[in-house]
Design a protein around this ligand. Structure first.
Ligand code: FA5
Length: 337
C-alpha cells in the first residue's frame, strides 16, 4: 500500500507539473481527490487494513492528499499568472482612442424654469420660502379671505383628503404661514407643487406655481408693475410688451391678470389663441382682510402678491405644445432639454 501511495504521488505530481491548462488541472483533481478518485478510494479502505498498518497508511495517505492539493493550488496560481501575462502581451491598449462619452442626465424643463425664475427674483432681493403641500381649509381658503360658500372656491377644483385636509390648490397659503411667523418687511418667492382636479393640453392635475409676496410700509401698485415687467423681460427679452388687466382674486384688491405679448407671433397664433397675448399670472395688492388674519395692522402695512404657473412659463420658454408631456417621463422628450 505504501508503494502504491508513493507511485500515485509521483505520477500525479508529474502530471500536474506538465499541465498547461486550468481545465486539465481540474480533471486531475477530480480523478485523484474527487468522490470516486483514486486517493479517495484508498482513504475509504484504510479501515479494512490490519490494525497495525492502519495508522501508518492513514497518515501517509493524508500527507499525499495534502501535498497533491497544495501542488494543484500552486499550479493554478501559476497558470493564472501566465494567462494574465499572455493576455497583457496580446491586448494592446490604444490610449489615444477617443472615449465612449459620459452619459449625462438632464434637468427637467420645470426645474430649469424654477431656477431661472428664482435667479431673476433673487436679483430683486426676494428670498425663497417653502410650505406644506397638504393644507388645512383655513390656510388654503379661509385666511386668504375665501370663506366657506364663497363662489371663488369653485375656481379651485380641490382634492380633499379623508382627514378633512386638502392638497393645496395654489402656493398662496404660504403667504399666511410666512406672515404669521415673520414681521415686515418681507420679500419672498415660493416655488412649489400644487394640485387641482383639472386636465387637458394646458391644465394638469399636478402643476407648479411661484408665489411672490412683498410687504412693507408703503408698497405701491407701481412697484408691482415694475417688478413683474423686470422679471418678464429678464426671462423672455425686453422687446415683448407686458399688460395688466383688471381681474378678481379674493386675497388681493385691486387684482390683475398679467399678460405677455405672444413670443411666437405678431398677428395671432395657436398658442395665443389669435389674441396676441398670453396670460401668465395673477397678481394684486394684498387684501386688508389677509393682513388682519395674520395679525398685521392693514393701516400700517401694504403689499403686493402674485402667482404664476411655472408649467405654462416652461411651455413658452421651451416651445412645449402640451403640458402633459412634462409628466409622462418619456426619455425622448426629456433628452431634448
Ligand atoms: C391663483 O392660483 C392665485 N393664487 C394666484 C395669485 C397669487 C393671484 C397671488 C394674486 C395674488 P390662478 O388660479 O389663476 O391663480 O392660477 C395661477 C396660474 O396657475 C395661472 O395663471 C396658470 O398659469 C396656472 N394654472 C392654473 N391652473 C392650472 C393647471 N391646472 N395646470 C397648469 N397650470 C395652471
Amino acid at each position: 500500500m505504501k508503494q502504491t501511495l508513493n507511485i500515485l504521488q509521483n505520477t500525479v505530481i508529474g502530471d500536474i507539473e506538465r499541465c498547461k491548462s486550468l481545465s486539465d488541472l481540474s480533471d486531475i483533481r477530480v480523478s485523484v481527490l474527487g468522490k470516486n478518485g483514486q486517493l479517495t478510494a484508498i482513504l475509504k479502505n484504510v479501515g479494512q487494513l490490519p490494525p497495525s498498518e492502519r495508522p501508518i497508511i492513514g497518515q501517509l495517505a493524508n500527507s499525499v492528499k495534502k501535498s497533491i492539493s497544495e501542488m494543484l493550488d500552486k499550479k493554478i496560481r501559476l497558470i493564472n499568472i501566465e494567462e494574465w501575462n499572455a493576455s497583457l502581451k496580446e491586448e494592446v491598449t490604444d490610449v489615444t482612442l477617443p472615449d465612449k462619452g459620459f452619459l449625462m442626465g438632464h434637468r427637467h424643463p420645470i426645474s430649469q424654469t424654477i431656477t431661472r425664475i428664482s435667479e431673476s427674483f433673487r436679483r430683486l432681493g426676494f428670498s425663497v420660502e417653502s410650505g406644506p403641500e397638504i393644507e388645512t381649509d383655513y390656510y388654503n381658503f379661509e385666511a386668504l379671505n375665501i370663506p366657506q360658500d364663497h363662489p371663488a372656491r369653485d375656481m379651485h377644483d380641490t382634492f380633499y383628503l379623508k382627514s378633512g385636509d386638502l392638497l393645496r390648490t395654489h402656493t398662496s397659503p404660504v403667504q399666511i404661514h410666512v406672515m404669521k411667523h415673520q414681521k415686515p418687511p418681507l420679500k419672498i418667492i415660493v416655488p412649489g407643487v400644487v394640485y387641482r382636479c383639472d386636465a387637458d393640453v394646458s391644465h394638469s392635475p399636478v402643476f407648479h406655481q411661484i408665489e411672490g409676496l412683498y410687504v412693507n410700509d408703503s408698497v405701491s401698485m407701481a412697484e408691482l408693475k415694475g417688478t413683474l415687467e423686470f422679471f418678464l423681460h429678464d426671462l423672455f427679452g425686453d422687446t415683448l410688451a407686458v399688460r395688466l388687466r383688471p381681474s378678481y382674486f379674493p386675497f388681493t384688491e385691486p387684482s390683475v391678470e398679467v399678460d405677455l405679448e405672444c413670443p411666437f407671433c405678431k398677428s395671432g397664433c395657436r398658442v395665443c389663441k389669435k389674441t396676441r397675448w398670453i396670460e401668465v399670472m395673477g397678481a394684486g395688492m394684498v387684501h386688508r382682510n389677509v393682513f388682519r388674519s395674520v395679525g398685521y395692522d392693514p393701516d400700517l402695512v401694504t403689499g403686493f402678491a402674485f402667482g404664476l404657473g411655472i408649467d405654462r412659463i416652461a411651455m413658452l420658454l421651451f416651445n412645449i405644445p402640451d403640458i402633459r408631456l412634462m409628466y409622462e417621463n418619456d426619455n425622448r422628450f426629456l433628452k431634448q432639454f
